[in-house]
Write a protein that binds this ligand. Structure first.
Ligand code: ARG
Ligand code: ZN
Length: 870
């Protein structure tokens, strides 16, 4: 049942208009769909009409108004087929019954906190009505929604509101929404319920007045202000940065508390996980605020990259997701600090995508086959997909990139496009041949780039010898050389960049193009030996292996003109010594690292947010990935902890000064500069308490008690949580008591406990699953507790006795029947199992096998289990 990119065929039938009538009812919602079907001139003559369904109950079928006899069609819950459709164009009226209350998968039409909502991407529309449920069938939708007035006073659909009013003689009312823009079924949405509205408006560059609405649970209105602000900034930014204006009179966002993913870009009616809408200083951290800003922007930007131009098929998912992630990253960079945003994006890329790319679930940015498309909403499609777009911009330059984007919008507006279409726009707009570059979409695995430098004093030249390779990945043993845009600088002894000349030609924008397996670049006209600053700004998502010495890194950490590489120099130093120590070698180089870290901390010219990033050691996951095999997570934890202890002790004075200096009596504001100061101060708090000293713990306790905002309160609680002392239990209890009515805050309480790196944590997690605030039916709760345990507690998930692995398998199996998407996400925490040492690896394999061998698995879980086992 695998689907293959190579098997793509255009749809046999097209749908011009869809008229839906949805009579909402908790268990028996009646959906009447009138489809204007037309034979695709590019299809096969005489092709039958085959519509997809998923768990549907057909009530009635009519063709051009006449009821259809049972002999002229075949209907099952999964399919509706008309073998001999009468003509080249006709209207099909389909009545189905669906049960939103029984829908625990949260795909299609479902209930959340007594409201009705939908999630159709990628294949949920077929759970509402029979349809050619594929993204290359674009139709104009009109939706009439009807419901009990007291149950659902708010009725929302795609597009603009056409009419609304009471249904005569009944307690019901209706609303009709019309979306003039043709769209694929996955962008359909409706919402019905009791919701409070936060209103605002926006005037587009060309003068269109847009009514903005954010709908939240009653009483939460005040928490939607930041999201609204982020929305207006996003709308303006897309006009300025990409020339893209909004195209309807209404833009609505609805926050729901049960949602499988982050949010969904339905046309004119975005539906959000409330975690990415609701914020107040008392309940949301700085990370939450920036997450809201990013996701609000992301979904809004989809209006052009995803909705106006959509995907031909689901293999092209990165066409909208990679590009839209790139756009939201650029937005946040412009709103905040560009270098700090880049650093945190790269941290995340390495933690999630590089890890995925080096394990059994590795796949190309554009996969070529899938069994369950829901399993491909991955870090590779999203984050690596964004890196590929970023590389395009690096290669073509600002202007060339914008020309290519403009051409893409001009050519493909209103279409369902492919990666080939996207690349052709850039190639045609700039004259650049992108055929080799296209390998980024088809070859999986993180390329390794080995770089060696050679200084010729007499000639005044510096030669870089570059060697690239891409490791074998599932289904791809042989790889071709990639196009790697390598941004670099040659840093002179005074810390300034030296001229970057290849022969007599200056290197444009500081970027050389690596295109071959082995290549040399000879830089000329140098009057002293430089230190190369390589892959500046992380210009290519590669594993860079350079021959930089620890001294070079110390030098770059202090002097590199590229802030990303200043950060990276320090990280590289730390990673080098941590991996040596984890392998049992001597942790030499500590003195140099401490020295470099101390100087960075003392540098008054640097942004506190930058310092906080630079001084945070590489995570356990990154150390494990660097080690690559025979990983003992306890040893990784131990060496990292030991280094934190050393840094904390060695820099105690300056850290305490930093902590004191950054304290402020000013009220909380979520802006980037204030957030950066909090980040650095809380990093200092952590280092000062890492030893578990009375003084350090007391400082954290005091901050916990006095904090006027969630960022500082949570940071203090996280410090206390690391130390098995009575203060921990007291603080956790106090936190719970204060926020028990606030599910999103209690999620933080779950997560923090799931992350405790102690032997008792598994039992604690199991006990918390019985806590009244926990629910297996709510994806946020499951992710906050079980997901956090599996994905962010490497020592306890990978316990040597296998109990952590067995636990995850149990949860996945019990959740699978209820919500396969969330279950398969949880299971993908096993993606690093092969790099573990043999004992733990055996336990992981046994747990995966137990899952794989269970009969009746969902396609989602079966797919992840099988691929993970390889
Ligand atoms: N397109 C959404 C986004 O903005 C993600 C929706 C994915 N949903 C799913 N059930 N797989 O990224
Ligand atoms: Zn998206």
């Amino acid at each position: 049942q695998a689907v293959r990119l190579a098997d793509y065929r255009p749809p046999e039938w097209l749908v011009d208009t869809v008229d839906l009538d949805v009579a909402l009812h908790p268990t028996q919602t009646r959906v009447t769909a009138r489809l204007a079907l037309r034979r695709n001139p590019e299809g096969t003559p005489d092709a039958p009409v085959i519509l997809e369904g998923d768990g549907l109950t057909l009530v009635r079928l009519a063709l051009d108004g006449a009821p259809l006899a049972g002999s002229s069609f075949e209907a099952s819950p999964e399919r509706l087929a008309l073998r001999h459709p009468p003509s080249d164009a006709f209207t099909l009226e389909i009545e189905t019954l669906v049960d939103p209350t029984a829908n625990t998968q949260l795909m299609g039409l479902y209930r959340t906190s007594n409201n009705y909502c939908t999630q159709c991407e990628p294949e949920g529309f077929r759970r509402i009505t029979y349809f050619p449920d594929r993204p290359d069938v674009l139709a104009v939708y009109t939706t009439r929604i009807e419901a009990e007035l007291d149950e659902a006073p708010v009725l929302l659909g795609n597009g603009n509101l056409v009419s609304s009013g009471p249904v005569l003689g009944a307690s019901r009312h209706f609303a009709v929404w019309h979306d003039p823009w043709p769209k694929p079924s996955y962008l359909f949405a409706l919402v019905g319920g009791k919701l409070a509205k936060v209103s605002d408006s926006f005037t587009t560059a060309s003068g269109r007045q847009v009514e903005l609405g954010i709908y939240v649970e009653e009483g939460k209105e005040a928490r939607a202000g930041y999201a609204m602000d982020a929305l207006k900034r996003s709308m303006r930014w897309d006009e300025e940065a990409f020339g893209r204006e909004y195209d309807l009179d209404v833009f609505n966002i609805v926050a729901v508390s049960d949602f499988n993913m982050g949010a969904m870009e339905n046309k004119g009616l975005n539906v959000f996980n409330d975690k990415y809408v609701l914020a107040s200083p008392q309940t949301a951290t700085d990370a939450d605020y920036s997450g809201i800003e990013g996701v609000i922007a992301h979904e809004y930007f989809h209006n052009w990259t995803g909705n106006r131009i959509t995907c031909r098929d689901w293999f092209q998912l990165c066409l909208k997701e990679g590009l839209t992630v790139f756009r939201d990253q650029e937005f946040s960079s412009d709103q905040r600090s560009r270098p700090v945003k880049r650093i945190s994006d790269v941290r995340m890329l390495k933690a999630a995508q590089f890890t995925e790319d080096s394990g059994p679930l590795a796949h190309p940015v554009r996969p070529e086959t899938y069994r369950e498309i829901n399993n491909f909403y991955t870090a590779t499609v999203y984050e690596k997909g964004s890196e590929v777009v970023r590389m395009l911009k690096t290669l073509l330059g600002e202007e060339g990139f914008r020309k290519g984007m403009d051409l893409y919008f001009e050519r493909h507006d209103g279409e369902a496009a492919t990666i080939e279409d996207f690349l052709a726009s850039f190639a045609d707009a700039t004259g650049h041949d992108l055929s080799q570059f296209a390998l980024w979409y088809s070859q999986s695995g993180t390329p390794t780039l080995e770089v060696k430098g050679a200084w010729d004093e007499a000639a005044g030249t510096y030669r870089l010898d570059v060697k690239q390779s891409v490791p074998p990945t599932p289904g791809q043993s042989e790889k071709k050389p990639m196009v790697i845009p390598l941004a670099l600088g040659l840093v002179g002894p005074d810390g300034a960049d030296m001229p970057l000349m290849l022969g007599n030609t200056p290197v444009e924008r500081g970027v050389v193009e690596v295109t071959q397996k082995e290549q040399s670049f000879l830089f000329t006209g140098l009057d002293a030996k430089p230190v190369p600053s390589l892959n500046r700004g992380f210009s290519a998502p590669v594993n860079l292996k350079s021959d930089l010495t620890p001294e070079d890194r110390v030098f770059l950490a202090a002097h590199d003109g590229d802030p990303f590489n200043r950060f990276d120099a320090l990280q590289g130093l730390a990673l080098g010594l941590l991996t040596r120590a984890a392998r049992g070698g001597a942790a030499d180089g500590e003195a140099a690292l401490i020295d470099a870290a101390g100087r960075l901390l003392a540098d008054a010219a640097l942004d506190p947010a930058f310092k906080a990033q630079a001084l945070a050691l590489p995570g356990e996951g990154e150390i494990a990935r660097e080690l690559g095999s025979d990983v003992d997570p306890d040893a990784v934890f131990a060496v990292r902890k030991a280094l934190r202890l050393k840094l904390g002790a060695a820099l105690a004075g300056p850290l305490a000064e930093t902590y004191a200096a950054l304290g402020t009596a000013a009220p909380f504001t979520p802006d980037a500069a204030s957030a950066g100061r909090r980040a650095l101060r809380n990093l200092a708090l952590d280092y000062l308490a890492v030893s578990g000293s009375d003084e350090g713990v007391a400082r954290a306790q005091a901050q916990f008690a006095a904090a006027d905002n969630m960022t500082d309160r949570m940071a203090a609680l996280a410090v206390l949580a690391q130390h098995d002392r009575p203060e921990r239990a007291a603080a956790l209890d106090a936190f719970y008591a204060r926020f028990e009515r606030d599910a999103l805050v209690i999620d933080k309480w779950f997560t923090l406990q799931a992350q405790i790196p102690e032997a008792g944590t598994l039992e604690r997690v199991k006990a918390l699953m019985l806590h009244p605030a926990f629910s297996m039916g709510n994806p946020n709760r499951v992710r906050a507790l079980v997901g956090a345990f599996a994905a962010t507690n490497p020592t306890q998930f990978n316990r040597a006795d296998g109990a952590g692995h067995a636990f995850l398998a149990d949860v996945v199996l019990s959740l699978d029947a209820k919500n396969p998407q969330v279950a398969s996400r949880l299971l993908s925490a096993f993606k690093t199992w092969r790099q573990l040492e043999p004992g733990r690896r055996g336990h992981a394999e046994a747990a995966l096998r137990r899952v794989a061998d269970t009969p009746g698995l969902s396609p989602d879980v079966a797919d992840i289990a099988t691929r993970s086992l390889g």
